[in-house]
Design a protein around this ligand. Structure first.
Ligand code: CMC
Length: 444
């Protein structure tokens, strides 16, 4: 209620319009404050003006895991979690998967618009001609243990790229920004494939400029003694669709990590290495690996009821199910499920698909999952495609990182051009000891 006691809690002191405001009464003081509501949000800093007295620090908002905090404005990815919609720059993923390819989608994400023919040709040329890495990057990778997890290798080599391109430190220079975008998108498949070959003890296979982006990746993974590797076009297309679907997902944990680290104004390679680290976790990109391990453990469809009981008793999680934002079928999972069949037509049946389909069906029939709105997410079926392509489970998250790089780069570019952003520095509620007397080690 606006009364004599009503105060403008906002820092800028501006007066908000009648309807688009929030009135808050602080019962500690009886004061009423009015806050502006813009685009369904109030500004956390507006709470700082709510104080019991002049010396008071002011109210903070407490939001562990950022469950209800918008940390940025973005024009890149749009998600409607209730309706199961995902769009990049306003184009639905369904349309992009049908008509576009990953490289064009990456251009869209990074630059904001679909490219003209000339722009696309230039972009494709640039990406194709930056796929090689410095030989010392290769030597660095050779130094890892034979069984190093490829995601650990990727994380460190992406960070190491900053030492090869020190100009990228100049984060406001448009040419440097563009070169970092091109280099990161171009080199990520090379680093990923080198990590794979390292695990197998095979010589690294260099990029082939005659091939498309997904074909080249398959070639770097699987080329042996043949003069030229010829990937099956259906497999290359399925991989391209997976790349489109993984390109961006607004402020997920790894993108938030890129933005957090990038907010220190460090170079983009270091910021994106933070994204790779976050993606590695089993609750994020690592889930696809966990799904296959879970299906392996279940073994046969007969064991599904016992497994689901274990999930309900909280002894395990149904990996590849649930999402912080989607409270409906993840639209990416729907498209991937359709492509699993196509891939298996080429590579042969997978007994795990039968378990996955039956497990999904039973979970979606079960109140435990429906009440909590737990549906398959992007990771539920993607691992089955990766496995059919001949990829070991350790590589799954690495393959996720390849296309997510365009999202990280696009979001990093948005960050460095956004005047409202500053170094990300959350607050805390301190609930530890204060002002204790030091006690010598002999007296403890
Ligand atoms: N299996 C069993 N129970 C689950 C699951 C699951 N996969 N996911 C959520 N729940 C339950 C959870 O126990 C909780 O129940 P209750 O309210 O009774 O305590 C309720 O559902 C809400 O879950 P939450 O953990 O509070 O939800 P969150 O938003 O913090 O977590 C999530 C989201 C994705 C981390 C979680 O659903 C999960 O751990 N899923 C499995 C891992 C996975 O598939 N991750 C990939 C996510 S999509 C790709 C990506 O973004 O990288």
């Amino acid at each position: 209620m606006a009364s004599e006691q009503t105060q403008q809690a906002g820092e800028d002191g501006g007066v908000a319009t009648a309807q688009e405001t929030l009135s808050i009464t602080d019962n500690r003081t009886g004061e009423t404050y009015e806050m502006e509501i813009t685009e369904g949000t109030v500004r956390a800093m507006d709470f700082r003006g709510i104080k019991v007295n002049e010396d008071d620090f002011g109210l903070m908002t407490y939001d562990p895991a950022f469950k209800n905090t918008a940390s940025t404005r973005s024009k890149i990815g749009y998600i409607d979690g209730e309706a199961g919609i995902l769009e990049y720059r306003g184009y639905s993923i369904e349309q992009l998967c049908e008509h576009s390819n990953y490289l064009e989608t990456a251009y869209l994400i990074v630059n904001g618009e679909l490219p003209s023919k000339d722009e696309y040709a230039q972009w494709e040329h640039e990406i194709t001609h930056h796929t090689y890495v410095h030989e010392n990057v290769k030597k660095l990778m050779e130094g890892f243990r034979y069984d190093a997890h490829p995601m650990g290798m990727l994380q460190s080599t992406v960070g190491a790229l900053s030492t090869f391109y020190p100009g990228a430190n100049n984060i406001t220079d448009e040419h440097e920004q563009h070169m970092a975008a091109v280099r990161l998108i171009a080199k990520m498949p090379t680093l990923a494939a080198f990590a794979y070959r390292h695990n197998l003890g095979l010589p690294y296979s260099y990029p082939d400029n005659d091939l498309s982006y997904p074909e080249n990746f398959l070639s770097m993974l699987f080329k042996m003694a043949e003069w030229k590797y010829e990937p099956d076009p259906r497999l290359a297309r399925a991989l391209d669709v997976l790349f489109i679907l993984h390109a961006d997902h607004e402020q997920n944990a790894s993108t938030a990590a890129v933005r957090n680290v990038g907010s220190t104004q460090v170079d983009p390679y270091s910021a994106i290495a933070a994204g790779v680290s976050a993606l590695y976790g089993p609750l994020h990109g690592g889930a696809n690996e966990q799904v296959l391990r879970m299906l392996d453990r279940i073994g046969t469809t007969d064991n599904i009821p016992d497994f689901l009981e274990g999930v309900k008793n909280r002894e395990e999680r149904l990996m590849g199910f649930g999402h912080r934002v989607y409270k409906n079928y993840d639209p990416r999972a729907r498209i991937i499920k359709h492509h699993v069949d196509e891939v298996l037509e080429v590579t042969g049946k997978s007994p795990k698909l039968e378990i996955a389909v039956e497990l999904e069906k039973r979970a979606l029939d079960d109140e435990f999952f429906t009440e909590r709105k737990l549906y398959p997410n992007v990771d539920y079926y993607s691992g089955l495609i990766y496995e059919a392509l001949g990829m070991p489970t350790d590589m799954f998250t690495v393959i996720f990182a390849i296309p997510r790089t365009s999202g990280w780069v696009g979001q990093w570019l948005e960050l460095v051009k956004d005047d409202e952003q500053a170094i990300a520095r959350p607050r805390q509620i301190y609930d530890g000891y204060r002002e204790r007397e030091y006690v010598g080690i002999d007296e403890r």
